[in-house]
Design a protein around this ligand. Structure first.
Ligand code: 13P
Length: 271
């Protein structure tokens, strides 16, 4: 069944949220959840919503997750406008993120308030971002980070009725050009200042020990996207290197490779 993010992730129950960027990745996530009877958080950005097609989500992903006996969250990642939030709600996403983090704080607050209202009307959970996570959500272009200030997070969380808050603490989307330095003390300070669970974007490439420590200090949702894309590519490459020429076997190689990543990540945060 499709469910709300707040029912799957809480401050003392941290989980990964996996970006759906391929049909094989979706299959691997669905299988994992159903085989292990474990609620999973799947998410999709505007770019991959366009790439895979709105109908892929509306007609296939949403009904398939909804009919499952296992709870799944389908979260819209980084909606950049109120129109995108509305579209996600119409498609049937069970949770949404509005990202106004490149705008000045007051503007981000005002737009996030409106996006939160749309999410509330649809009775789905709501995530927003304060400070700005660097990298590029879905690409390789470099974007400068703006670390989240504790006072900004506090003001934001007081003004916007939100369920999850994404923060910038040394994390970045995409491939890190140099080893990331996650500011664990800032995470603890932010968690003490706001009552909602925190979200760490850019999970790919962060040392696993830092990921675990980040969850101890207050990170509840960890986004993982690039790692699954890299696994997909590696799976195709090794199938080709092994001499496979049949498309179904090459795709199976990609799916198995994605499944291995899901397995190791789920083990990392297993209670
Ligand atoms: P990565 O692609 O760096 O893992 O980040 C995913 C993410 O944060 C999506 O919002």
């Amino acid at each position: 069944m499709l469910t709300d993010l707040t029912r799957v992730i809480t401050s003392n129950r941290p989980r990964f949220a996996y970006n759906v960027t391929s049909v094989e990745g979706f299959g691997a996530l669905l299988d994992w959840g159903e085989t292990h009877q474990k609620a999973m958080v799947l998410q999709c950005s505007e770019r991959y919503l366009k790439d895979l097609g709105e109908d892929f989500f509306r007609r296939l992903v949403v009904p398939r997750l909804d009919e499952s006996p296992v709870p799944f969250v389908l979260h819209l990642d980084h909606a950049g406008s109120l129109e995108a939030v509305l579209k996600g709600l119409q498609i049937g996403f069970s949770s949404v993120m509005f990202d106004g983090s490149t705008k000045p704080l007051n503007e981000n607050i005002a737009l996030s308030q409106q996006a939160a209202k749309l999410a509330r009307m649809a009775e789905v959970s709501f995530e927003a971002e304060v400070g700005h996570v660097g990298g590029a959500e879905d690409g390789d272009e470099e974007e400068a980070a703006l670390f989240t200030r504790v006072e900004d997070a506090k003001a934001f969380a007081e003004a916007v009725p939100l369920d999850f808050l994404a923060v910038s603490v040394g994390n970045a989307h995409g491939r890190y050009r140099r080893p990331p330095k996650i500011q664990l003390d800032r995470i603890a300070d932010l968690a003490a200042a706001v009552s909602v669970p925190l979200v760490l974007h850019g999970g790919t490439g962060i040392p696993l020990s830092d990921l675990v420590e980040a969850t101890r200090r207050g990170m509840a949702k960890i986004n993982l996207g690039t790692e699954l894309k890299l696994a997909w590519v590696a799976g195709v490459q090794s199938a080709l290197a092994a001499g496979e020429t049949e498309l179904d076997r090459i795709r199976a190689g990609a799916r198995q490779s994605v499944t291995r990543v899901i397995q190791s990540m789920e083990e990392l945060l297993a209670p």
